[in-house]
Design a protein around this ligand. Structure first.
Ligand code: TYD
Length: 134
């Protein structure tokens, strides 16, 4: 049984007069222990990033600024699930074995919380391989 992707709404603590704080905590609103945090930025709008799945790594993506369109394809069907991240208090959970692609507005800053350290052998970068093992 594979986990399913879902949108996470983080708490927005504060008010418009003073600004806001959003918080992610492992095993609370993040469904794994966070081992790695990385962020991407200045991606041209014409570029599609991602184009891979992972054997084990689970991730949560947040657009802390700008807009990110996330397309996900699961292991059991070729249905594409689309999530639009355009608020800093919203993220999407991407389970292992989900092929993902992302497109960014130029100002977008993507924050990623990951369940594992970087390991190239955990990547499935070949779409045919993804389809054959899913
Ligand atoms: P990749 O995950 O393919 O980027 P994206 O999914 O955004 O297109 O990674 C791009 C490059 O960065 C690749 O050479 C691996 C390197 N990288 C690391 O060294 N450590 C990391 O934690 C990540 C995510 C990538």
């Amino acid at each position: 049984q594979t986990n399913k992707p879902y949108l996470i709404e983080f708490p927005s603590i504060g008010a418009s007069e003073i600004g806001y704080i959003s918080v992610s905590e492992a095993q609370k609103n993040i469904p794994f222990d966070i081992e790695r945090v990385y962020w991407t930025y200045y991606t041209p709008e014409s570029i599609v990033r991602g184009r891979h799945a992972h054997h084990r790594t689970e991730q949560v993506l947040v657009s802390v600024m700008g807009r990110i369109i996330v397309n996900l394809e699961g292991p059991d069907s070729s249905e594409i699930i689309t999530f639009v991240l355009d608020r800093p208090n919203v993220g999407v959970y991407i389970p292992a074995h989900y092929w993902h692609t992302m497109q960014y507005s130029h100002i977008a800053v993507q924050l990623v919380l990951a369940s594992a350290h970087y390991d190239e052998s955990d990547y499935i970068r070949d779409y045919q391989e993804f389809k054959s093992i899913s």
